[in-house]
Design a binder for this molecule. Structure first.
Ligand SMILES: NCC(=O)N[C@H]1[C@@H](O)[C@H](n2cnc3c(N)ncnc32)O[C@@H]1CO
Length: 147
């Protein structure tokens, strides 16, 4: 799992087109979304994560919580982003991992939105630009190595 974490004044997206034959079914309301004062987390779920998705979910939540507490963000935007890795997990595994991360972050008390999976989306982001505003993290299940 590769994550790019951007502490932002806002992130807003608009669904443009389907990028998979079977994208995640979404409501009219989910075609656009915005959060202000948010930690945007762009995530590529990787092939290696398929060996233990549950472990990767927990490790990702720990990392996101750690950055959120450092930048004092209590809103998280989970953003599927297939451009941070050349060894992507299958879409069905990736979607489940991202849905679980969303669920676990809510359980941890964050306000969470997740951008729709399997679509091309326009987005606007306003990065705050402080020293911790742009971070990346790589997570692998135990026994796997970072390539
Ligand atoms: N920017 C637009 C976009 O990325 N669209 C991606 C993601 O929404 C999603 N997707 C598919 N596989 C993955 C994966 N392994 N990890 C994360 N997202 C994935 O499916 C789209 C096409 O790859």
């Amino acid at each position: 799992m590769r994550m790019l974490l951007i502490h932002s004044d806002y992130l807003e997206y608009e669904v443009k087109d389907r990028a998979l034959k079977n994208p995640e079914p979404i409501s009219e309301e989910q075609k656009k979304g915005r959060l202000d004062e948010v930690l945007a987390v762009f995530m590529s779920v990787e092939k290696a994560d398929e060996t233990n998705p549950d472990e990767v979910v927990e490790k990702a939540v720990i990392e996101i919580k750690d950055v959120a507490s450092q930048v004092k963000a209590d809103r998280i935007f989970v953003y599927p982003f297939a451009h941070l890795s050349s060894e992507l997990a299958k879409p069905d595994v990736a979607l489940k991992v991202l849905q679980r991360i969303e669920e676990r972050l809510r359980q941890e008390g964050f306000e969470v939105k997740r951008a729709p999976f399997g679509y091309y989306k326009a987005f606007r982001l306003s990065c705050k630009g402080h020293p911790l505003a742009e971070l990346s993290r790589t997570i692998v299940p135990s026994g796997e190595t970072v390539s």
